[in-house]
Design a protein around this ligand. Structure first.
Ligand SMILES: [Zn+2]
Length: 450
C-alpha cells in the first residue's frame, strides 16, 4: 500500500485535541500518522501532497436527507408553506417518482454533497409506490458509482389519509411488506464494522405517516438485525398536536411507548422538547440531527442543541431533503447551524469549531460510526475535506478555520473518501457534471409535468 503525506496544511480541524499542523499520513484507506509541529513521517512516503494552501477537515457527514427531493427544489406552490401544507402538496408529486428519476436525483444529491466536502451521507427514503419498490437498491448503485459512503435508511409510510394520517393512501405500504423488505435490504447491503461503505437502517417516516405498530416492529427488527433506527420527531407544533390528539401523548412519550427511547435511535430535527424530555433523551443516548436550513425555511423552530448535548444526547448535522433545504451543501449547513444556534444561545457559546463538530464527530456518533469516522486520528478512515481560501470572499480573513464558516466556504477543493481522491481541484473524478445536470433537469420537468 502506498503512503501519502498530506504535508503541512494551512490549518487543520481534527475534531479532537490532536495537533496536526505538519499534516497526516494516509496508507490504504486509513490515517496512519498525525504529525504535530516539527514532526515528519516515520517511514518514507511514495507521495507528498502539498497542502500549504488548504484547510483540512475530517470528511463532513450528513445525517439526514431525502435525495429524491432534488427534483422538487423551489417549487412555486410550496415556496412559502410550513410543513403540513408543504407535505400535502408535494406527496402526490413525489408518488409519481420512477426508478430513473430516483437514480438521477440520488446522483445529483450525492455529487452536490461531495463537492461541499461531504464524504458520508445518510438518506431517509420512504417512498415505495408500485413502480419504485426497489428504491434502496437503486440508491446503493448510485452511491457506489460515486465512491461515497452512505447510510441508506429503509423508510416507510403505513398510515394513509383514510386512516387519519397525512400521506395519500396510494403512497402507503402494508406493515409486513415493509418489514420483509427491510430485512432483505439489511441482509443484502449492510456492511458491519470499521470502514463500511454502505450501512442500512430502518426508518418509519414520522408520527403522522406511520402506525405505532410499524414503529414497534421496526424497533424489534432493528435489534435483531443490529442496525440503527431513524425517524422525524418534534419538528413542528402541528406534529405535537397530532400526537396529543391521536395518541394522547407528547412526542417523546410516544417515542418511548413504541420502544424507541434508546441509543440505537437518531431523530431528524428534535426541536419541540421540554426540559424533562431533554433529560430523558440524553439519558437514553438518543442522537439528534439538527437541520437548520430546513427549520428556517419551514419556520419550524430551533433545536435546543446545547441543552441536548448537556443532557447527553449527541448532535449531528443534516441538510434535510432538497425541497426544504434546497441548497444541499453541508459546509453551508454548518455555517447556518452556527448562526441559528447563536440566536438561541449567544455568540460566545457557539463557535465555528462547535458547528464543525456537529458536522463531523457529532454526525459520526449519531450514525453509529464514532469509532472510525468524523475525526483526523490514527486508525480512523482517511475521509478528508480540503478547502482553499482563495476566493474573493476570503480575502483579508485571518483565522482559516473561522473563515471557512464566517466567509461562507461552499465548495471543497479536494475530497478523499477511504483513501481515494474523489474530488480534485474542485471536480468530481470520472463524472460529467454538465451531462448530469442536463439529465436531472429533464427528469425534474418530467416529474412535474406528469
Ligand atoms: Zn426530513
Amino acid at each position: 500500500m502506498s503512503r501519502i503525506w498530506i504535508k503541512q496544511p494551512l490549518a487543520v480541524f481534527t475534531g479532537n485535541a490532536l495537533d496536526a499542523s505538519h499534516g497526516l499520513v494516509v496508507e490504504g484507506q486509513r490515517i496512519v500518522e498525525v504529525l504535530g509541529q516539527g514532526q515528519s513521517p516515520s517511514l518514507p512516503c511514495e507521495e507528498i501532497f502539498d497542502a500549504r494552501d488548504l484547510v483540512i477537515l475530517p470528511g463532513l457527514i450528513n445525517s439526514h436527507h431525502h435525495f429524491y427531493q432534488t427534483l422538487t427544489r423551489a417549487w412555486a406552490p410550496v415556496v412559502n408553506a410550513p410543513l403540513f401544507p408543504w407535505l400535502v402538496n408535494l406527496y402526490p408529486v413525489w408518488a409519481r417518482l420512477n426508478p430513473e428519476q430516483l437514480h438521477i436525483a440520488t446522483q445529483v444529491a450525492l455529487a452536490e454533497l461531495l463537492l461541499s466536502g461531504c464524504t458520508f451521507a445518510a438518506d431517509h427514503h420512504y417512498l415505495f409506490p408500485q413502480q419504485l419498490t426497489d428504491a434502496i437498491d437503486i440508491q446503493v448503485n448510485a452511491a457506489q458509482d460515486l465512491g461515497m459512503r452512505v447510510m441508506l435508511t429503509r423508510g416507510s409510510m403505513s398510515l394513509g389519509q383514510a386512516d387519519g394520517g397525512l400521506p395519500p393512501q396510494h403512497t402507503v405500504q402494508a406493515m409486513q411488506v415493509i418489514l420483509d423488505d427491510s430485512q432483505r435490504l439489511v441482509e443484502k447491503y449492510h456492511q458491519r464494522g470499521e470502514g463500511a461503505m454502505v450501512n442500512i437502517a430502518l426508518a418509519p417516516c414520522s408520527p403522522f405517516s406511520v402506525t405505532p405498530e410499524i414503529m414497534r416492529e421496526s424497533a424489534k427488527l432493528a435489534e435483531s438485525l443490529d442496525v440503527r433506527l431513524h425517524t422525524h420527531l418534534a419538528e413542528t407544533l402541528d406534529e405535537e398536536q397530532f400526537c396529543l390528539e391521536r395518541f394522547g401523548l407528547r412526542t417523546v412519550d410516544y417515542l418511548e411507548s413504541v420502544g424507541w427511547l434508546q441509543n440505537r435511535t437518531w431523530l431528524a430535527h428534535g426541536i419541540h422538547f421540554n426540559a424533562d424530555e431533554i433529560t430523558r433523551l440524553g439519558q437514553a443516548g438518543v442522537g439528534i440531527c439538527h437541520c437548520p436550513h430546513s427549520n428556517m425555511r419551514l419556520a419550524s423552530g430551533i433545536c435546543p442543541s446545547l441543552d441536548l448535548l448537556a443532557a447527553g444526547a449527541p448532535i449531528g448535522l443534516g441538510v434535510d431533503g432538497s425541497a426544504s433545504g434546497d441548497a444541499s451543501n453541508l459546509i453551508l449547513e454548518a455555517r447556518q447551524a452556527m448562526y441559528l444556534q447563536r440566536l438561541k444561545y449567544g455568540a460566545e457559546k457557539i463557535t465555528p469549531e462547535l458547528a464543525l463538530g456537529f458536522a463531523t464527530t457529532g454526525s459520526a456518533h449519531i450514525l453509529g460510526r464514532g469509532q472510525d469516522l468524523g475525526q483526523i486520528q490514527v486508525g480512523y478512515q482517511a475521509d478528508l475535506a480540503c478547502y482553499r481560501l482563495d476566493d474573493l470572499k476570503f480575502s483579508g480573513s485571518h483565522d482559516p478555520i473561522a473563515a471557512l464558516l464566517l466567509c461562507g466556504a461552499d465548495r471543497a477543493h479536494d475530497v478523499m473518501v477511504a483513501g481515494q481522491w474523489r474530488v480534485r481541484t474542485g471536480q468530481i473524478q470520472g463524472i460529467d457534471i454538465e451531462e448530469l445536470k442536463f439529465r436531472h433537469r429533464a427528469a425534474a420537468k418530467q416529474l412535474l409535468a406528469a
